[in-house]
Ligand binder design. Structure first.
Ligand SMILES: [Zn+2]
Ligand SMILES: [Zn+2]
Length: 390
């Protein structure tokens, strides 16, 4: 079959699996599981792949809910990534149930192209995107070493072929002061909460003078026990984000100085710990993004290459994108006024528009796989761009 006919047949294949894929995504949606606890989702997804001729490795990278499904052999090895973790209290408010179903749907629909042109298709189950950066851990444990390209489609409120995401690092902070009666003996106390509040004030001052896309934000997780006791202990969690790793390193030091200054001013003792997982910024492969965009547009969905109005978060797909040519497009499933990580977005992830997004994502992913395996020059171009930009 030629490429155009093969691409046209993808639409029929995915539509024939429409019922199964929407059921799968709704089942994950109504059984939300937090990061590294996605036992049911991983079981359902691997079952679907196995029933459709994929060989499955479960618990890869020493992560029980990670998996790899593979079909075909050798090069090129095209990875489609699945996320399936939910958010505390909000359930699937990031729509990872749709990512999961689109990934396995595209994997299975790619089989005829692999049969015809060779190579292999991998569906990689990547747990705990939201809380623990599962892909960063998997990248460190060599999960993507033999992969030629990696793709994942995230639901959102805009159809965009690229994603801007920031480097991100967490910081845990504790201040240790000295308890005393807040009215009768305040002079005997050292106020750990004041040290925390001064840190926030210092960060607010710093924020005026940092680069545009950098972000510093945090919460107080412990601010004392009783109003009449000088707080002897306070704790907080912060996230520091920047457009690139170099600026993140610079900011790290300046943010830390805010806490050190507050400790000096109040006399409280500071203890801190930077997070183990560092989210890398997303490196979009534009050759791959253009292919995906063309395929999405052939389905009647208008897709921008990038969207200047879109906000920036961080994703562990950034870590994958530093190792192999990658894309992380977004497919619109809700109007722009709906924000992700909200109850409204959780509803959208189980709506008709959500299922429509899932199916379109699966179709465009499969068509992009066809572009890659049918034409070795395409892979070469994708890789050349990656090497040049390194
Ligand atoms: Zn997400
Ligand atoms: Zn999210």
């Amino acid at each position: 079959m030629d490429i155009e006919n093969l691409k046209a047949s993808v639409i029929g294949t995915i539509d024939a699996h429409r019922h199964l894929l929407s059921e799968l995504s709704l089942k994950i949606h109504s059984n939300p599981e937090l990061g590294f606890q996605e036992v049911k989702a991983a079981a359902w997804l691997t079952q679907y792949l196995e029933e459709n001729g994929f060989s499955i490795e479960r618990g890869i990278c020493e992560l029980p809910t990670a998996f790899r499904g593979s079909y075909g052999q050798g090069k090129p090895a095209i990875a489609i990534l699945a996320e399936y973790d939910a958010l505390p209290k909000l359930g699937h408010a990031c729509g990872h149930n749709l990512i999961a179903a689109s990934a396995v749907g595209a994997g299975v629909a790619s089989k005829p192209a692999i049969d015809q042109f060779g190579g292999s298709i991998l569906v990689v189950g990547t747990p705990a995107e939201e809380l623990y950066g599962g892909k960063a851990i998997m990248a460190d444990r060599d999960a993507f070493n033999n992969v030629d390209t990696a793709m994942i489609v995230h639901p959102g409120t805009r159809d965009t072929a690229t994603t801007q995401s920031l480097a991100c690092l967490a910081l845990e902070v504790e201040f240790f002061g000295k308890a005393a009666h807040a009215a009768t003996r305040p002079e005997a106390g050292i106020n750990a909460l004041e040290a925390m509040l001064q840190s926030f004030a210092a960060i607010n001052s710093l924020r005026q003078h940092i680069k545009d896309k950098a972000r510093i934000h945090g919460i107080i997780t412990n601010g004392g026990e009783a109003a009449n006791v000088v707080p002897a202990y306070s704790a907080g969690t912060f996230l520091v984000r920047a457009e690139d790793d170099v600026y993140l390193n610079e900011l790290k030091e300046r943010v830390l100085n805010c806490f050190i200054g507050a400790a000096t001013a109040t006399g409280a003792r500071l203890e801190y710990r930077w997070g183990d997982i560092r989210y890398a910024p997303m490196h979009n492969n534009l050759t791959l993004a253009q292919l995906f965009r063309q395929n999405m547009e052939s389905l009647g969905r208008k897709m921008q290459l990038s969207d200047p109005n879109k906000g920036f978060g961080s994703t562990d797909m950034g870590n994958v994108s530093q190792l192999v040519p990658s894309i992380h497009p977004s497919v619109a499933i809700a109007p722009v006024e709906v924000v992700t990580h909200s109850p409204q977005f959780a509803s959208a992830a189980a709506s008709e528009a959500g299922i429509h997004g899932l199916l379109d994502a699966a179709k465009a992913l499969t068509m992009t796989v066809i572009d890659l395996v049918a034409n070795p020059e395409t892979i070469t171009r994708v890789k050349q761009e990656f090497e040049q930009e390194k």
